[in-house]
Design a protein around this ligand. Structure first.
Ligand SMILES: *Cc1c(COP(=O)(O)O)cnc(C)c1O
Length: 478
Protein backbone atom coordinates (compact mmCIF):
# COMPACT_ATOMS: atom_id res chain seq x y z
CA UNK A 1 0.00 0.00 0.00
CA UNK A 2 1.32 3.41 -1.00
CA UNK A 3 0.10 6.79 0.22
CA UNK A 4 -0.72 10.00 -1.59
CA UNK A 5 -1.42 13.56 -0.52
CA UNK A 6 -4.80 15.27 -0.80
CA UNK A 7 -2.91 18.11 -2.55
CA UNK A 8 -0.51 15.91 -4.50
CA UNK A 9 0.54 15.93 -8.16
CA UNK A 10 0.53 12.86 -10.40
CA UNK A 11 4.32 12.47 -10.44
CA UNK A 12 4.90 12.86 -6.68
CA UNK A 13 6.64 9.98 -4.91
CA UNK A 14 4.23 7.72 -3.02
CA UNK A 15 5.63 6.75 0.38
CA UNK A 16 4.76 3.62 2.32
CA UNK A 17 3.19 3.44 5.76
CA UNK A 18 6.40 3.53 7.79
CA UNK A 19 7.58 6.62 5.94
CA UNK A 20 4.48 8.64 6.80
CA UNK A 21 4.20 7.26 10.35
CA UNK A 22 6.59 9.77 11.90
CA UNK A 23 5.52 12.66 9.66
CA UNK A 24 2.67 15.11 10.04
CA UNK A 25 1.40 16.89 6.95
CA UNK A 26 2.63 15.94 3.51
CA UNK A 27 5.35 18.33 2.24
CA UNK A 28 2.74 20.07 0.03
CA UNK A 29 0.57 20.85 3.08
CA UNK A 30 -1.98 18.13 2.28
CA UNK A 31 -2.93 15.04 4.28
CA UNK A 32 -1.98 11.48 3.48
CA UNK A 33 -4.49 8.86 2.36
CA UNK A 34 -4.03 5.38 0.92
CA UNK A 35 -4.02 5.21 -2.88
CA UNK A 36 -7.17 3.10 -2.70
CA UNK A 37 -9.37 1.74 0.05
CA UNK A 38 -8.92 -2.03 0.33
CA UNK A 39 -12.22 -3.73 -0.38
CA UNK A 40 -13.80 -5.91 2.33
CA UNK A 41 -16.15 -8.20 0.38
CA UNK A 42 -18.61 -10.66 1.91
CA UNK A 43 -15.88 -13.26 2.41
CA UNK A 44 -13.62 -10.83 4.22
CA UNK A 45 -16.45 -9.59 6.47
CA UNK A 46 -17.29 -13.21 7.35
CA UNK A 47 -13.64 -13.92 8.16
CA UNK A 48 -13.47 -10.85 10.40
CA UNK A 49 -16.52 -12.07 12.34
CA UNK A 50 -14.79 -15.39 12.99
CA UNK A 51 -11.52 -13.67 13.88
CA UNK A 52 -13.12 -11.36 16.45
CA UNK A 53 -14.78 -14.40 18.00
CA UNK A 54 -11.61 -16.47 18.19
CA UNK A 55 -8.72 -14.01 18.57
CA UNK A 56 -10.54 -10.99 19.97
CA UNK A 57 -9.90 -7.32 19.24
CA UNK A 58 -6.11 -7.57 18.65
CA UNK A 59 -6.62 -10.26 16.00
CA UNK A 60 -9.21 -8.12 14.22
CA UNK A 61 -6.89 -5.12 14.46
CA UNK A 62 -4.07 -7.14 12.94
CA UNK A 63 -6.23 -8.24 10.01
CA UNK A 64 -7.49 -4.75 9.21
CA UNK A 65 -4.16 -2.97 9.72
CA UNK A 66 -2.43 -5.53 7.48
CA UNK A 67 -4.48 -4.12 4.59
CA UNK A 68 -2.82 -0.74 5.11
CA UNK A 69 0.63 -1.64 6.44
CA UNK A 70 2.82 -3.84 4.28
CA UNK A 71 6.24 -2.63 5.43
CA UNK A 72 6.10 -4.15 8.92
CA UNK A 73 6.48 -7.96 9.04
CA UNK A 74 3.13 -9.57 9.83
CA UNK A 75 4.27 -11.24 13.05
CA UNK A 76 5.70 -7.97 14.33
CA UNK A 77 2.45 -6.18 13.53
CA UNK A 78 0.50 -8.86 15.36
CA UNK A 79 2.71 -8.43 18.45
CA UNK A 80 2.25 -4.64 18.24
CA UNK A 81 -1.55 -5.07 18.21
CA UNK A 82 -1.40 -7.47 21.15
CA UNK A 83 0.69 -5.04 23.20
CA UNK A 84 -1.63 -2.12 22.39
CA UNK A 85 -4.97 -3.87 22.95
CA UNK A 86 -5.12 -6.11 26.01
CA UNK A 87 -6.71 -6.08 29.43
CA UNK A 88 -3.67 -4.69 31.20
CA UNK A 89 -4.07 -1.52 29.11
CA UNK A 90 -7.89 -1.42 28.78
CA UNK A 91 -10.46 -2.04 31.50
CA UNK A 92 -11.98 -4.92 29.51
CA UNK A 93 -10.52 -7.57 27.21
CA UNK A 94 -13.33 -6.73 24.75
CA UNK A 95 -11.55 -3.35 24.34
CA UNK A 96 -14.69 -1.94 22.67
CA UNK A 97 -17.83 -3.44 24.24
CA UNK A 98 -21.31 -2.38 23.07
CA UNK A 99 -24.53 -1.95 25.01
CA UNK A 100 -28.11 -1.27 24.00
CA UNK A 101 -30.11 1.78 24.99
CA UNK A 102 -33.80 2.45 24.69
CA UNK A 103 -35.25 3.45 21.30
CA UNK A 104 -33.02 1.70 18.77
CA UNK A 105 -29.76 3.23 20.03
CA UNK A 106 -26.58 1.47 21.04
CA UNK A 107 -23.39 2.69 22.63
CA UNK A 108 -19.94 1.59 21.46
CA UNK A 109 -17.79 2.06 24.54
CA UNK A 110 -14.54 3.62 23.37
CA UNK A 111 -13.48 4.99 26.74
CA UNK A 112 -12.14 2.03 28.67
CA UNK A 113 -8.50 2.94 28.06
CA UNK A 114 -5.99 4.50 30.48
CA UNK A 115 -7.28 8.08 30.12
CA UNK A 116 -11.00 7.34 29.73
CA UNK A 117 -11.41 8.88 26.28
CA UNK A 118 -11.56 7.27 22.83
CA UNK A 119 -8.22 8.81 21.87
CA UNK A 120 -6.54 5.98 23.80
CA UNK A 121 -7.56 3.52 21.09
CA UNK A 122 -5.47 5.29 18.47
CA UNK A 123 -2.69 6.53 20.75
CA UNK A 124 -1.91 3.15 22.29
CA UNK A 125 -1.25 1.73 18.85
CA UNK A 126 0.75 4.81 17.88
CA UNK A 127 2.98 4.41 20.96
CA UNK A 128 3.80 0.82 19.99
CA UNK A 129 4.35 1.73 16.33
CA UNK A 130 6.64 4.64 17.24
CA UNK A 131 8.77 2.51 19.54
CA UNK A 132 9.05 -0.18 16.87
CA UNK A 133 9.91 2.16 14.01
CA UNK A 134 12.36 4.29 16.01
CA UNK A 135 14.25 1.17 17.12
CA UNK A 136 14.35 -0.04 13.51
CA UNK A 137 15.84 3.29 12.41
CA UNK A 138 18.07 3.77 15.45
CA UNK A 139 16.40 7.12 16.12
CA UNK A 140 14.89 8.97 19.05
CA UNK A 141 11.87 11.25 19.08
CA UNK A 142 10.94 14.12 21.38
CA UNK A 143 7.26 14.77 21.05
CA UNK A 144 6.30 18.40 21.57
CA UNK A 145 2.60 19.15 21.87
CA UNK A 146 -0.05 21.36 23.41
CA UNK A 147 -3.27 20.11 24.91
CA UNK A 148 -6.42 21.42 26.50
CA UNK A 149 -7.15 17.98 27.95
CA UNK A 150 -7.83 14.65 26.27
CA UNK A 151 -5.18 14.43 23.53
CA UNK A 152 -2.22 15.27 25.72
CA UNK A 153 -3.04 12.78 28.43
CA UNK A 154 -3.78 10.00 25.92
CA UNK A 155 -0.41 10.72 24.28
CA UNK A 156 1.47 10.66 27.58
CA UNK A 157 -0.05 7.35 28.68
CA UNK A 158 0.66 5.83 25.28
CA UNK A 159 4.30 6.97 25.15
CA UNK A 160 5.05 6.15 28.81
CA UNK A 161 7.74 3.46 28.89
CA UNK A 162 8.21 3.43 25.10
CA UNK A 163 11.95 3.36 24.38
CA UNK A 164 13.33 6.26 22.40
CA UNK A 165 10.34 8.54 23.01
CA UNK A 166 10.13 11.56 25.30
CA UNK A 167 7.08 13.84 25.64
CA UNK A 168 6.97 17.58 26.32
CA UNK A 169 3.30 18.48 26.76
CA UNK A 170 2.22 22.08 27.21
CA UNK A 171 -0.96 22.88 29.13
CA UNK A 172 -2.53 26.24 29.98
CA UNK A 173 -1.83 26.71 33.71
CA UNK A 174 -4.91 26.17 35.86
CA UNK A 175 -7.33 25.76 32.95
CA UNK A 176 -7.95 22.03 32.72
CA UNK A 177 -10.40 20.21 34.99
CA UNK A 178 -8.84 18.98 38.27
CA UNK A 179 -9.27 15.41 37.05
CA UNK A 180 -7.52 16.10 33.74
CA UNK A 181 -4.65 17.84 35.54
CA UNK A 182 -4.28 14.95 37.96
CA UNK A 183 -4.25 12.41 35.14
CA UNK A 184 -1.30 14.08 33.49
CA UNK A 185 0.63 15.54 36.41
CA UNK A 186 0.58 12.33 38.48
CA UNK A 187 2.79 10.60 35.89
CA UNK A 188 6.22 10.16 37.45
CA UNK A 189 8.69 9.43 34.68
CA UNK A 190 11.66 11.48 33.45
CA UNK A 191 10.54 10.91 29.82
CA UNK A 192 7.19 12.63 30.42
CA UNK A 193 7.58 16.37 30.90
CA UNK A 194 4.42 18.29 31.81
CA UNK A 195 4.72 22.01 31.26
CA UNK A 196 2.19 24.49 32.69
CA UNK A 197 2.36 27.66 30.62
CA UNK A 198 1.22 31.04 31.93
CA UNK A 199 -1.49 31.60 29.36
CA UNK A 200 -4.38 29.99 27.48
CA UNK A 201 -4.43 27.03 25.10
CA UNK A 202 -3.73 29.22 22.06
CA UNK A 203 -0.56 30.50 23.75
CA UNK A 204 0.58 26.90 24.23
CA UNK A 205 -0.05 26.15 20.59
CA UNK A 206 1.81 29.28 19.50
CA UNK A 207 4.80 28.23 21.62
CA UNK A 208 4.85 24.80 19.98
CA UNK A 209 4.72 26.45 16.56
CA UNK A 210 7.51 28.87 17.43
CA UNK A 211 9.85 26.17 18.73
CA UNK A 212 9.06 23.52 16.11
CA UNK A 213 9.27 26.24 13.46
CA UNK A 214 12.96 26.74 14.27
CA UNK A 215 14.10 24.01 11.90
CA UNK A 216 17.68 23.84 13.17
CA UNK A 217 16.44 23.40 16.73
CA UNK A 218 13.78 20.92 15.61
CA UNK A 219 16.37 18.78 13.89
CA UNK A 220 18.97 19.00 16.63
CA UNK A 221 16.48 17.83 19.26
CA UNK A 222 14.53 15.40 17.02
CA UNK A 223 11.22 17.11 17.69
CA UNK A 224 8.04 15.44 16.47
CA UNK A 225 4.29 15.56 17.04
CA UNK A 226 1.30 13.29 17.63
CA UNK A 227 -1.15 15.22 15.46
CA UNK A 228 -4.73 14.20 15.00
CA UNK A 229 -3.99 14.22 11.26
CA UNK A 230 -1.57 11.29 11.60
CA UNK A 231 -2.81 8.50 9.32
CA UNK A 232 -1.79 5.79 11.80
CA UNK A 233 -4.18 7.24 14.37
CA UNK A 234 -6.96 7.24 11.82
CA UNK A 235 -6.49 3.71 10.59
CA UNK A 236 -6.38 2.45 14.20
CA UNK A 237 -9.83 3.95 14.62
CA UNK A 238 -11.24 2.06 11.62
CA UNK A 239 -10.89 -1.12 13.68
CA UNK A 240 -13.44 -0.10 16.29
CA UNK A 241 -16.08 0.67 13.68
CA UNK A 242 -15.68 -2.86 12.38
CA UNK A 243 -15.68 -4.35 15.90
CA UNK A 244 -18.81 -2.38 16.86
CA UNK A 245 -20.58 -3.35 13.63
CA UNK A 246 -19.70 -7.02 14.21
CA UNK A 247 -20.95 -6.87 17.80
CA UNK A 248 -24.24 -5.18 16.96
CA UNK A 249 -25.10 -7.09 13.76
CA UNK A 250 -25.96 -10.76 13.53
CA UNK A 251 -25.44 -11.32 9.80
CA UNK A 252 -22.71 -10.15 7.45
CA UNK A 253 -25.03 -7.95 5.40
CA UNK A 254 -26.87 -6.29 8.27
CA UNK A 255 -26.73 -2.51 7.96
CA UNK A 256 -25.86 -0.48 11.05
CA UNK A 257 -25.83 3.33 11.36
CA UNK A 258 -23.34 5.29 13.45
CA UNK A 259 -23.56 8.66 15.17
CA UNK A 260 -20.29 10.35 16.07
CA UNK A 261 -19.67 13.38 18.31
CA UNK A 262 -17.26 15.37 16.17
CA UNK A 263 -14.58 18.03 16.53
CA UNK A 264 -11.62 17.66 14.21
CA UNK A 265 -13.34 15.07 11.99
CA UNK A 266 -10.86 12.34 13.04
CA UNK A 267 -13.24 9.87 14.61
CA UNK A 268 -15.96 10.10 11.96
CA UNK A 269 -13.38 10.05 9.14
CA UNK A 270 -12.43 6.56 10.33
CA UNK A 271 -16.11 5.62 10.06
CA UNK A 272 -16.10 6.94 6.50
CA UNK A 273 -13.04 4.80 5.68
CA UNK A 274 -14.72 1.70 7.13
CA UNK A 275 -17.80 2.43 5.02
CA UNK A 276 -15.66 2.97 1.88
CA UNK A 277 -14.07 -0.43 2.51
CA UNK A 278 -17.49 -2.00 2.27
CA UNK A 279 -18.42 -2.47 5.92
CA UNK A 280 -22.26 -2.28 5.89
CA UNK A 281 -22.53 1.11 7.54
CA UNK A 282 -25.66 2.89 6.33
CA UNK A 283 -25.59 6.39 7.68
CA UNK A 284 -22.88 8.37 9.40
CA UNK A 285 -24.64 10.89 11.62
CA UNK A 286 -22.31 13.76 12.47
CA UNK A 287 -23.00 15.53 15.77
CA UNK A 288 -21.46 18.84 16.82
CA UNK A 289 -21.99 21.10 19.82
CA UNK A 290 -22.62 24.85 19.54
CA UNK A 291 -19.42 25.08 17.47
CA UNK A 292 -21.24 23.80 14.41
CA UNK A 293 -18.75 24.42 11.59
CA UNK A 294 -19.20 20.87 10.29
CA UNK A 295 -22.95 20.58 10.81
CA UNK A 296 -23.26 23.77 8.79
CA UNK A 297 -21.25 22.26 5.94
CA UNK A 298 -23.29 19.07 5.77
CA UNK A 299 -26.55 21.05 5.82
CA UNK A 300 -25.57 23.89 3.46
CA UNK A 301 -22.41 22.98 1.51
CA UNK A 302 -20.56 25.99 2.92
CA UNK A 303 -17.45 25.31 4.99
CA UNK A 304 -16.70 28.45 6.97
CA UNK A 305 -13.96 28.27 9.58
CA UNK A 306 -14.40 30.37 12.72
CA UNK A 307 -12.01 32.75 14.41
CA UNK A 308 -10.75 32.02 17.93
CA UNK A 309 -13.09 34.75 19.20
CA UNK A 310 -16.10 33.12 17.50
CA UNK A 311 -15.31 29.71 19.02
CA UNK A 312 -17.41 29.16 22.12
CA UNK A 313 -16.19 27.47 25.28
CA UNK A 314 -18.87 24.80 25.84
CA UNK A 315 -19.59 21.97 28.27
CA UNK A 316 -18.37 19.47 25.64
CA UNK A 317 -14.96 21.16 25.42
CA UNK A 318 -13.15 18.53 23.31
CA UNK A 319 -15.40 19.52 20.40
CA UNK A 320 -14.75 23.25 20.66
CA UNK A 321 -12.99 23.70 17.34
CA UNK A 322 -12.84 26.54 14.87
CA UNK A 323 -11.67 24.43 11.92
CA UNK A 324 -11.63 20.65 11.49
CA UNK A 325 -8.10 19.46 10.80
CA UNK A 326 -9.09 16.11 9.20
CA UNK A 327 -11.92 17.42 7.04
CA UNK A 328 -9.75 17.85 3.95
CA UNK A 329 -9.50 14.07 3.70
CA UNK A 330 -13.23 13.72 3.31
CA UNK A 331 -13.47 16.56 0.81
CA UNK A 332 -10.81 14.78 -1.28
CA UNK A 333 -13.05 11.70 -1.51
CA UNK A 334 -16.18 13.79 -2.01
CA UNK A 335 -14.60 15.50 -5.03
CA UNK A 336 -13.63 12.21 -6.64
CA UNK A 337 -10.05 12.52 -5.36
CA UNK A 338 -9.38 15.58 -7.47
CA UNK A 339 -6.24 16.99 -5.78
CA UNK A 340 -6.27 20.13 -7.93
CA UNK A 341 -9.69 21.12 -6.64
CA UNK A 342 -8.75 20.27 -3.04
CA UNK A 343 -5.63 22.42 -3.33
CA UNK A 344 -7.70 25.30 -4.72
CA UNK A 345 -10.21 25.04 -1.85
CA UNK A 346 -7.85 24.52 1.09
CA UNK A 347 -4.68 26.31 -0.02
CA UNK A 348 -6.23 29.22 -1.93
CA UNK A 349 -9.90 29.94 -1.14
CA UNK A 350 -9.91 29.10 2.56
CA UNK A 351 -6.87 31.22 3.51
CA UNK A 352 -8.04 34.08 1.28
CA UNK A 353 -11.73 34.31 2.22
CA UNK A 354 -12.23 32.07 5.28
CA UNK A 355 -14.72 29.75 3.59
CA UNK A 356 -15.51 27.72 0.50
CA UNK A 357 -18.86 26.90 -0.98
CA UNK A 358 -19.75 23.57 -2.60
CA UNK A 359 -23.51 24.13 -2.42
CA UNK A 360 -24.13 24.29 -6.16
CA UNK A 361 -22.02 21.27 -7.06
CA UNK A 362 -23.25 17.81 -8.12
CA UNK A 363 -20.89 16.30 -5.54
CA UNK A 364 -22.61 18.11 -2.69
CA UNK A 365 -26.04 17.22 -4.07
CA UNK A 366 -25.10 13.54 -4.03
CA UNK A 367 -23.34 13.60 -0.68
CA UNK A 368 -25.96 11.99 1.56
CA UNK A 369 -26.76 9.24 -0.95
CA UNK A 370 -23.20 8.35 -1.85
CA UNK A 371 -21.48 8.80 1.49
CA UNK A 372 -24.32 8.40 4.01
CA UNK A 373 -23.64 11.62 5.89
CA UNK A 374 -26.32 13.54 7.77
CA UNK A 375 -25.73 15.96 10.64
CA UNK A 376 -27.07 17.96 13.54
CA UNK A 377 -25.88 20.04 16.45
CA UNK A 378 -26.60 20.19 20.14
CA UNK A 379 -26.65 22.87 22.86
CA UNK A 380 -25.82 22.93 26.56
CA UNK A 381 -29.50 22.45 27.41
CA UNK A 382 -29.82 19.55 24.92
CA UNK A 383 -26.72 17.96 26.41
CA UNK A 384 -28.04 18.14 29.97
CA UNK A 385 -31.41 16.76 28.84
CA UNK A 386 -29.76 13.83 27.07
CA UNK A 387 -27.60 12.96 30.06
CA UNK A 388 -30.66 13.05 32.33
CA UNK A 389 -32.84 11.08 29.91
CA UNK A 390 -30.36 8.25 29.34
CA UNK A 391 -29.74 8.12 33.09
CA UNK A 392 -33.45 7.86 33.87
CA UNK A 393 -34.42 5.48 31.04
CA UNK A 394 -31.40 3.24 30.86
CA UNK A 395 -29.59 3.75 34.16
CA UNK A 396 -26.43 4.69 32.23
CA UNK A 397 -24.44 7.88 32.77
CA UNK A 398 -22.96 9.33 29.59
CA UNK A 399 -20.43 12.11 29.29
CA UNK A 400 -21.30 15.50 27.71
CA UNK A 401 -19.71 14.67 24.31
CA UNK A 402 -21.50 11.35 24.05
CA UNK A 403 -24.66 13.23 25.06
CA UNK A 404 -24.28 15.48 22.01
CA UNK A 405 -24.17 12.27 19.97
CA UNK A 406 -27.26 10.77 21.62
CA UNK A 407 -29.14 14.03 21.24
CA UNK A 408 -28.51 14.25 17.49
CA UNK A 409 -28.84 10.47 16.96
CA UNK A 410 -32.47 10.49 18.23
CA UNK A 411 -33.39 12.68 15.25
CA UNK A 412 -32.14 10.09 12.77
CA UNK A 413 -33.20 6.68 14.10
CA UNK A 414 -34.53 4.46 11.29
CA UNK A 415 -36.94 1.62 12.06
CA UNK A 416 -35.14 -1.71 12.12
CA UNK A 417 -31.65 -0.21 11.75
CA UNK A 418 -29.50 -0.17 14.89
CA UNK A 419 -27.87 3.24 15.44
CA UNK A 420 -24.59 3.10 17.35
CA UNK A 421 -23.43 6.23 19.16
CA UNK A 422 -19.69 6.24 19.76
CA UNK A 423 -19.11 6.95 23.46
CA UNK A 424 -16.11 9.25 23.39
CA UNK A 425 -15.29 9.72 27.11
CA UNK A 426 -16.29 8.56 30.57
CA UNK A 427 -18.42 10.97 32.62
CA UNK A 428 -15.83 11.07 35.42
CA UNK A 429 -13.73 13.42 33.28
CA UNK A 430 -16.51 16.03 33.20
CA UNK A 431 -18.04 15.75 36.66
CA UNK A 432 -19.31 19.33 36.86
CA UNK A 433 -21.68 18.96 33.91
CA UNK A 434 -22.86 15.56 35.14
CA UNK A 435 -23.77 17.05 38.52
CA UNK A 436 -25.63 19.85 36.73
CA UNK A 437 -27.59 17.30 34.66
CA UNK A 438 -28.48 14.64 37.22
CA UNK A 439 -27.54 16.06 40.61
CA UNK A 440 -25.01 13.41 41.47
CA UNK A 441 -21.30 12.77 41.02
CA UNK A 442 -20.34 10.29 38.31
CA UNK A 443 -18.95 7.00 39.44
CA UNK A 444 -15.17 6.87 39.54
CA UNK A 445 -13.61 3.70 38.14
CA UNK A 446 -11.20 2.03 40.56
CA UNK A 447 -8.17 2.86 38.45
CA UNK A 448 -8.67 6.58 38.98
CA UNK A 449 -9.17 6.43 42.76
CA UNK A 450 -7.38 9.24 44.59
CA UNK A 451 -5.35 10.50 41.60
CA UNK A 452 -5.80 14.12 42.73
CA UNK A 453 -3.84 13.31 45.90
CA UNK A 454 -0.75 11.99 44.13
CA UNK A 455 2.38 14.19 43.92
CA UNK A 456 2.29 16.54 40.92
CA UNK A 457 5.06 16.51 38.33
CA UNK A 458 4.82 19.70 36.34
CA UNK A 459 7.21 22.48 35.37
CA UNK A 460 5.90 26.06 35.41
CA UNK A 461 6.96 28.09 32.41
CA UNK A 462 6.45 31.70 31.33
CA UNK A 463 4.88 32.18 27.89
CA UNK A 464 8.30 32.40 26.24
CA UNK A 465 9.80 30.32 23.45
CA UNK A 466 13.39 30.80 24.64
CA UNK A 467 12.48 29.39 28.06
CA UNK A 468 10.83 26.38 26.41
CA UNK A 469 13.92 25.78 24.27
CA UNK A 470 16.21 25.80 27.31
CA UNK A 471 13.92 23.37 29.10
CA UNK A 472 14.02 20.96 26.14
CA UNK A 473 17.77 21.30 25.74
CA UNK A 474 18.32 20.62 29.46
CA UNK A 475 16.08 17.55 29.52
CA UNK A 476 17.31 16.04 26.26
CA UNK A 477 20.84 16.78 27.38
CA UNK A 478 22.82 17.51 24.25
C1 LIG B 1 -11.25 14.46 20.72
C2 LIG B 1 -12.62 14.28 21.26
C3 LIG B 1 -13.77 14.46 20.44
C4 LIG B 1 -13.69 14.90 18.99
O1 LIG B 1 -13.12 13.92 18.18
P1 LIG B 1 -12.59 14.27 16.69
O2 LIG B 1 -11.83 13.08 16.27
O3 LIG B 1 -11.73 15.49 16.87
O4 LIG B 1 -13.79 14.54 15.87
C5 LIG B 1 -15.01 14.20 20.99
N1 LIG B 1 -15.15 13.80 22.28
C6 LIG B 1 -14.08 13.65 23.10
C7 LIG B 1 -14.30 13.25 24.51
C8 LIG B 1 -12.79 13.88 22.62
O5 LIG B 1 -11.74 13.73 23.44
Amino acid sequence: MRYLSTRGRPDDPRPGFSDILLEGLAPDGGLYLPETYPRADAGVLASWRILLGSGGYPALAHAILSEYIDDVPSDDLRAICERAYNDSVFATADIVPVSELDGGLWLAHLSDGPTAAFKDLAMQLLGQLFEYELARRGQELNILGATSGDTGSAAEYAMLGRHGVRVFMLTPAGRMTPFQQAQMFSLDDPAIVNVAVEGVFDDCQDLVKAVAGDLAFKQRYSLGAVNSINWARLVAQVVYYVAAWLRVSSTDDEVVDFCVPTGNFGNIMAGHVARMMGVPIGRLVLATNENNVLDEFFRTGVYRVRSAAETQATSSPSMDISKASNFERFVFDLLGRDADRVRELFAVQLPAQGFFDLSGTPEFAGLADRFGFVSGSSTHADRLASIAQVWQQDGVLIDPHTADGVQVARRFVRPGVPLVVTETALPVKFAETIVEAVGREPERPERFAGIEDLPRHVVDLPNDAAALKSLIAARVGH
